[in-house]
Design a protein around this ligand. Sequence first.
Ligand SMILES: *Cc1c(COP(=O)(O)O)cnc(C)c1O
Length: 395
Amino acid sequence: MKFESRVVHRGDRKRRPGTPVPSTTPIHLSTTYFYDSAATLDRVLGDEQEGFSYARYASPTNAALEELAADLEGGVGALATTSGMVAAQVAFRAALLDRPHSVVASHSIYGATVSLLDDVLGSFGVKVKYVDVCDLAAVEKAVEENRAGCIFIESISNPLLRVAHIDEIARIARAAGASLIVDNTFATPMLMRPLDLGANIVIHSATKYLAGHGDVLGGLAIGDETHAPEIRRLSRIVGPVLGPFESYLTMRGIKTLALRFEKQCRNARCVAEWLRSHPNVDRVYYCSEPDHPDRDAIERMFAPGLFGAILSFEIKNAHKENVLAFMDRLRMVVPGTSLGDVHSLLLYPLIASHRNVSPKMRERMGIRENLVRVAAGIEAPEDIIADLDQALRGV
Ligand SMILES: *Cc1c(COP(=O)(O)O)cnc(C)c1O
């Protein structure tokens, strides 16, 4: 089945002889399950027979979402978690279980992931080295020098939209006995599937494109045949599981992912192309730019014709107060911190994602005071453009 069919069918509508089949998986709130014979419960608790026993182990609404997510990412199993950060935490623990406690991570990753690595895992003795993952020689050197047990990257970086050669990094990881975790939140499985390219675990902030409507906080960790069982085993102990209501909402969201994301990608491209010739705009960052530094990786790995739904641009001569005033002038585009919703969102890295990065470091990363990021929604592109245009006029 094609992607747009799988999003609406996988995980739902399990047939069992003689029982009515709900056409969508209901919200199962029960924490505890029993059977008509205690011997069955014994086998279920002993993992000798499939079934539900206690909601921290597995439950039907979550199981439906997890089956869908594993299918979309091409994994063996998935875990739905209470947030994207919890998915990251479970992924690192599973990846480092029997490997050296040393991580090589991309130097341009989500801020909270940096804090997770430095402050939380660091306090348990995990060493972290940050590298430019678009420089394969640097990755190889860092993995060797730090005896890395795990490599961590994002499929598209924020906010400058760099794209690393995931398959090449997977090769480096395999050769070193390290596992590769990819945060695929920005790309979604519609744009690329890191497990197919050799990654071992994919994580998502389901809060973003997968749930897609700005009303769920959730995460997913999807593993290959060695890591999926470890993720499940850890989860049964630690209990980071998403609530059934949020699982339901996430699954409902995913059913329209193909429609939403295609439209969002088209809108982003439209807006990026329009911005390129705007008199008040210095520079546009988008994955379809002919002079994109990672053009080769994008052409090889992205689904044909899609370039993601996020773009960034620099506002000519704008300082912080000008950018804040520009945000205040927006009438439709929401000046908020998230992405992936049906409504367009505008983020100012200086006050949000890169707030805790020093000005010097920001400058070195190429994130200037006049840079803003747009996550295109599903509105009419003319309306997004008209709103940005009227807000840019006052700069
Ligand atoms: C939002 C986000 C996260 C964190 O997800 P939460 O659901 O907010 O915990 C991690 N990685 C990326 C790329 C994100 O955008």
